[in-house]
Design a protein around this ligand. Structure first.
Ligand SMILES: Nc1ncnc2c1ncn2[C@@H]1O[C@H](COP(=O)(O)OP(=O)(O)OP(=O)(O)O)[C@@H](O)[C@H]1O
Length: 942
């Protein structure tokens, strides 16, 4: 590359003053002037030959160049013909010998080596050097941070959720059951885990399977909370992608959300979804996966087939025992078939939990365990006790509890938090309304048919007229009037009842209402739910069939009407959980109209007096139900038999207290200790809060947006509007052309739905950083400082290098060796100095030209020395990264190996993965390379 040649037509030159023009071609030359055409921008410029601010672009042998047609070649020989260079070499794609006249070089070629840009005076504003350096530094910190994937979610910081997410999200191929009680945030936990797995490269293809009624809600939650755009796959989308029948529609997207109901109806789609490979599968409302040894349900079989092929599996259910304890076992079996091979063995193992809980109990109090208690612990787990610290210290006791739980039981694969231990839930009150039995229903009470006894409106004799006779209908209309305009969620067992009640409300009151049932399409249901949630113009009441009782978020309302009651306690809890969930700000009022001395009356009494299940979450309800089922049905069928009713209630009360005591002592107590994160999550919380309070991101992004030409306007309430401008250096993917409102404050982001939460995790931050780092802007610059304490005219070279390696995402290279910036600063004598500069201004073109001319030789030498120094620094970094990687991964392996000796839920594949990862990273890190990224010449001009 050289400059100063006489101009010839066809030669290629770069403009030093307008670098954005791209590569120009000489189109005419006369005695005094030269004209260039810049094809990339379609502009022409005329210059006087003598002081044209132009640099000739000539390549050397060994360099790679690109032609206008898009192919590339490596130069092996250069000739000149009438002042124009002709390059010869091998074409990269076809390997053919080719000849390329410089006239035919790609117009968009921009020099990207810093020193070339400097010496050809392709200079940018010196602030770009800082931007590149800061972008690299921040990216480095981000990739090594413990909060990656967690801090940027638009959520309030709730410790048990963050604990579960960080514990599970940082595993290789996690296989766990998330079983927090209703409304404690399993969806959020799953979102955080997915996010963390994707951001760290542990997973790339994620499949979420949910019931029909929750598809849209999941779509919205994933986008709103963690900015992940999942694609909904239903039959019409699959058909549109089916084209030639050769391709698998599920291969089309990386993040797929699918209704399990849709899948279970189509053999073809089941085969396709199984043929597509996934890294992580999430199944919501997993209690529907019914199983028994000889008759597993279709849904179970499908999920089992997928779980066998997919490394990571998250199952979500608030009520793991809803379809019986055997089905609960079966779900654990989905996660680890080798370990959960027999139900009997599982029961035996479970029985040990209470022994463990017994042994652990003394460690939970504030006193040091006595000799007897220690002996009991040693009998139970001699190996763990051997390494226990000083148990007089609370930390040592806490650590021991966790080790015991980690090593024994299902704590590693089953996470369950209970509301009783989570603060901030509102009270719930039962308001029962006893109503007289209408004559038309009398036969239902004594007819011996349980369905009719509970839902008399379904009797054939009244199907078309019950609305006129049933006193619950009149009660409902009055009730709506009495609480108007407050919102009411009504749940009943059947779609038909919901629809017919809707019809009554429409014809008799005209009050705005909406229905929600399985007969509606997903879009219709979402519209209905949306209409209900609209604060000002929305429906006062939403009438749901049982499908509305699961998973949905309706906590903006606080009146729940249970028009009838389900027979199982878990379903009752699911219904109440629609309102009694995180975000509910008022006491939840549960209104139950029921017919006196009927099966409904028996159920109200049973739930209220026998289980207290209306006013408190009743985790033991399904256990009691299993034991009293026959008695309960008998009492429902003979509601006048007060003796049976009393017996039912007394027995249920006794059983319930026994089960509560057992749970307290046994499985749930242990699970809870493990799942709440107490004593473990505090550091993570602190780190996130620190990050939330830090101004680093807002400052950095402010400068970055300025530099790339995004306008930021303060909007008040800690919000900003970002607007693209005409002077943007290039497009910023993810920035809405119409502008978007953003905030850096979690508090604002969790209250204002339409505001984006900018965090280090946000995709816009990543694309903006990529834009800076992939652009040539800032590769070379010259800036003045003004330091009166330093000699005038003193100068320094700042050279920025990047240590980088290439590895597949799954290796998680970023944990140990992300792109690492190395900044070297040399003074005029070539000595390395530890200075940072506050640049006052850009050096104008004329002075830059003179400086570069005068300093070409010393700068060339300084660049060479900085390169050597960067390599030395890089070697040290590589050494440290290798050591850190070995230490970290070896201790992870060791922990798993130790754990596996006592806890079979640690899979061999988890250990093998880390061993392979370590070997592969060894090679990758050793193959890392140093690239020269940018330079800046700094001159003192006080
Ligand atoms: N950390 C959080 N910040 C803000 N909102 C939250 C948080 N955690 C949960 N929520 C809200 O609380 C509600 C319950 O959370 P989520 O749906 O995740 O619970 P769940 O355990 O999946 O419920 P269910 O058992 O009913 O399926 C949702 O509206 C959710 O958006």
């Amino acid at each position: 590359m050289s400059s100063g040649n006489p101009f010839s037509i066809g030669q290629r030159w770069l403009s030093n003053s307008e670098t954005e023009l791209g590569l120009g071609a000489v189109i005419s030359v006369d005695f005094r002037s030269v004209e260039l055409f810049f094809p990339a921008t379609g502009e022409a410029r005329m210059y006087t030959k003598q002081d044209a601010p132009l640099t000739r672009l000539v390549f050397d042998i060994g360099e790679t160049v690109k032609s206008q047609d898009g192919w590339q070649m490596t130069i092996s020989e250069i000739e000149e013909s009438q002042g124009v260079c002709i390059y010869f070499g091998i074409r990269e794609d076809t390997k053919a010998q080719v000849r390329l006249s410089e006239t035919l070089l790609d117009h968009h070629i921009r020099l990207n080596q810093p020193e070339r840009r400097l010496f050809s005076e392709q200079l940018d504003h010196p602030k770009w050097f800082d931007l590149r350096l800061n972008a690299l530094n921040h990216q480095y910190d981000y990739l090594r941070s413990s909060t990656l994937g967690l801090a940027g979610a638009r959520i309030s910081l709730i410790p048990h959720q963050l604990h579960i997410a960080s514990e599970v999200g940082s595993r290789h191929a996690p296989r766990v059951l998330l079983a927090d009680e209703v409304g404690l945030g399993k969806t959020i936990e799953a979102a955080l885990i997915i996010h963390q797995q994707l951001r760290t490269g542990r997973a790339q293809r994620v499949l979420i399977l949910v019931p029909d009624s929750l598809v849209h809600q999941w779509l919205v939650e994933m986008l709103r909370r963690i900015n992940l755009p999942f694609a909904i796959f239903d039959e019409s989308r699959c058909e549109a992608l089916d084209d030639d029948g050769e391709t698998n529609p599920f291969d089309n997207d990386q993040l797929v959300l699918c209704s399990i109901d849709f899948l279970s109806q189509s053999e073809k789609r089941q085969q396709q979804i199984q043929a597509a490979s996934w890294d992580l599968m999430v199944v919501d409302e997993a209690h529907h996966l019914a199983w028994s040894a000889d008759a597993p349900s279709a849904e179970y079989t499908l999920v089992e087939a997928l779980a066998n092929e997919t490394p990571g599996v998250l199952l979500l259910t608030a009520t793991p025992d809803q379809l019986g304890h055997e089905s609960h076992f079966a779900r654990l079996r989905l996660l680890d078939p080798a370990r959960f091979h027999s139900y009997e063995a599982f029961l035996t193992e479970e029985s040990r939990y209470s022994q463990l809980a017994d042994a652990v109990a003394p460690l939970l109090s504030d006193t040091t365990p006595d000799e007897k208690q220690r002996t009991k612990l040693t009998d139970f787990a001699p190996d763990v006790m051997e390494n226990a610290g000083n148990l007089a210290q609370p930390e040592a006791r806490r650590e021991l509890v966790h080790q015991l739980i980690d090593c024994h039981g299902t704590g590693r694969m089953l996470f369950r938090n209970r509301r009783a231990n989570i603060e901030g839930f509102p009270d719930r009150v039962l308001l029962g309304y006893q109503l007289e039995l209408p004559e038309v229903y009398e036969s239902a009470v004594t007819g011996g048919d349980l369905t009719h006894a509970l839902y008399p409106e379904r009797m054939p004799s009244v199907v078309n007229s019950w609305m006129d006779e049933d006193p619950r209908v009149g009660w409902l209309l009055d009730f709506m009037q009495s609480v108007k305009p407050e919102k009411i969620l009504l749940i009943c067992a059947s779609a038909r009842t919901a629809q017919e009640l809707g019809e009554v409300i429409r014809t008799q009151t005209g009050v705005r209402h909406s229905v929600f049932h399985e007969g509606m399409t997903i879009v219709e249901r979402d519209k209905a739910a949306h209409y209900f949630s609209d604060e000002e113009d929305g429906a006062q009441i939403l009438l749901c069939s049982e499908i509305g009782s699961e998973g949905r978020n309706f906590q903006f309302a606080h009146h729940l009407v249970l028009f009838d009651l389900p027979v199982t306690p878990d379903l009752l809890e699911q219904r109440i959980g629609r309102l009694d969930r995180i975000g509910q700000t008022q006491t939840v009022e549960i209104h139950v109209p029921y017919l006196k001395n009927t099966a409904q009356h028996v159920l109200v009494d049973w739930y209220h007096e026998g289980l207290n299940a209306f006013e408190k979450t009743c985790p033991t309800g399904s256990g009691v139900f299993d034991d009293v089922k026959t008695l309960l049905i008998g009492a429902c069928l003979h509601p006048h038999d007060l003796h049976t009713r009393d017996e039912l209630i007394n027995l249920s009360t006794t059983l319930n207290s026994q089960l509560v005591a057992q749970l307290e002592a046994g499985r749930d107590r242990l699970l809870e200790l493990n799942a709440s994160g107490e004593g473990r999550v505090e550091q993570l919380l602190e780190d996130i809060i620190l990050l939330d309070n830090s101004q680093d991101l807002s400052r950095f992004m402010g400068r970055l947006f300025d530099a790339i030409g995004v306008q930021q306007e303060e909007k008040g309430s800690d919000c900003f509007i970002l607007m693209p401008t005409e002077s943007m250096v290039s497009q910023l993917p993810g920035l809405d052309p119409e502008g978007m409102t953003v905030t850096y404050k979690r508090r604002v982001a969790t209250t204002l739905e339409n505001v984006q939460f900018l965090s280090w995790d946000h995709p816009l931050v990543h694309t903006a950083i990529d834009l800076v780092l992939s652009d040539v802007h800032g590769k070379s610059s010259i800036g003045f400082i003004a330091d009166p304490d330093l000699p005038k005219g003193a100068y320094w070279l700042e050279a920025l290098f990047v240590l980088d390696a290439n590895a597949p995402k799954a290796l998680q290279l970023g944990r140990f060796l992300p792109q690492t910036p190395l900044r070297i600063c040399l003074d005029a004598q070539g000595n390395q100095v530890d200075l940072t500069f506050e640049i006052k201004r850009k050096v104008n073109r004329k002075i830059s030209h003179q400086l570069i001319k005068a300093l070409q030789q010393p700068l060339t030498l300084a660049i060479e020395s900085s390169r050597k120094l960067a390599h030395q620094q890089a070697n040290q970094k590589l050494h440290d990264a290798l050591q850190d990687m070995h230490k970290t991964l070896n201790s992870e392996i060791q922990r798993l190996v130790d754990l596996q000796k006592r806890n079979p839920s640690v899979r061999d594949s988890e250990i093998e993965f880390i061993e392979n990862q370590m070997n592969a990273l060894d090679k990758v890190i050793q193959g890392a390379d140093v690239q020269f990224d940018a330079l800046r010449l700094v001159v003192n001009n006080p």
